[in-house]
Design a protein around this ligand. Sequence first.
Ligand code: F3S
Length: 427
Amino acid sequence: MHLNAEEQSMLSGEQGDLVREAMRFLVTLGQAYDADRMLDISYANVLIASSFWGKGVFTLDLIREAVDSGIRTRVPTTFNNWGTGGFGTDESIWERMDVPDRVRAQVIQEKEIARSLGIVPTETCAPYLLCGVGSVPSGAHISSVESSAIVYFNSVLGARTNRDCLAPFFAAITGKYPEFGYHLDENRRGVCLVDVRTPIRDTLSYGLLGLYTGKLVGGEVPVFTGITEPTTEDLMELSAALASSGSVTMFHIVGVTPEAPDLETAFGGHRPRETIAVTSDDLESVRNNVSDAEGMVDFVCLGCPHYSIYEVKRAAELLDGRRIQPEITLWICTAPQTAMFAEMAGYADTIREAGGTIMTGPGFCPLFSPGRPGPEYSFAHPEYSIGSFATDAAKQAYYARPNLRARHVFLGSAERCIEAAVVGEWR
Ligand code: F3S
């Protein structure tokens, strides 16, 4: 693998131990994938989870020494949620959520590390929604964690990232990433044609389409036809679902996404390996697989990926003047910055008055929460269960049974979920 003089200097240790170890990680990664050279990246979206540190040479002491010697991230860098050692938590309701002291200390430490390295504390799985923070130009080489964000960055924004986990942190420290995978044109072209033969009219349908397609294409690049004018939220939902039932890293929608102005370009001049037709029956069968038909509801969770401000606004409108059942928990999950807008606009008051909670803060993700509000149990407890769970997110519904040990799962529109929270059951 060719390294230029600057990269050699990093690897030799001339620029400090953390930079050396970061470059060593990236070189090893690149060699494993036969990369010829390093790329300059323009953005990183990183995970800081102290459970990963302290292993091997990557100790907290190593990071602290680097910070003391003036090392900072070299490119604009954001802090994804679900750091915090795998526990998603909202600092403002730690008491209610019964978050253990050990986890609180971990959260504080991770925030301190991020701040000291110059990382912007976005704390969301949808940093691309935060104008000027997680938005990157088409064609930019970046390195990102979070499967739903990775698909969105590649497909909707046209930026280039692999499905990374620890690498973005090292990429942020060096400003480098090995050239392989989705950084190369040949790996970005479509492989499977997905002919959507039913109208996809709402965000939930995009989620069902994503679950259906992801399972069939696995890690290949699907090219959708038959979809017109998706919203930002529709594309977020599709991205998240494709990366849940499958390991999709990018997709194209002909006439919509930046690298698919037409079918031929989307496939890079090649023929599709296979064609998948999607009908309304297919989507209905996906819904029936992940969602129960009716029953009592304990817990309603909206915002996976984290809600945009327009989705928070819509939830507030649906809750305006209503009151959810006292025994039901309603979470609306969003980025801290979006929560601030919701406070300013009065949406947060409306949601609180109805009995709901806007969940945000350092590393909040409902799938990694240490428990539902007021829990006696956490994930570690053998009897832990989120109860009967309703969501508007295909990704949440897909994972709710194995991850949250939900007794029942209900998947439907935000309107239907809020109705269930108000009446107490899924009808
Ligand atoms: Fe975000 Fe957690 Fe869903 S990271 S995409 S809210 S599973």
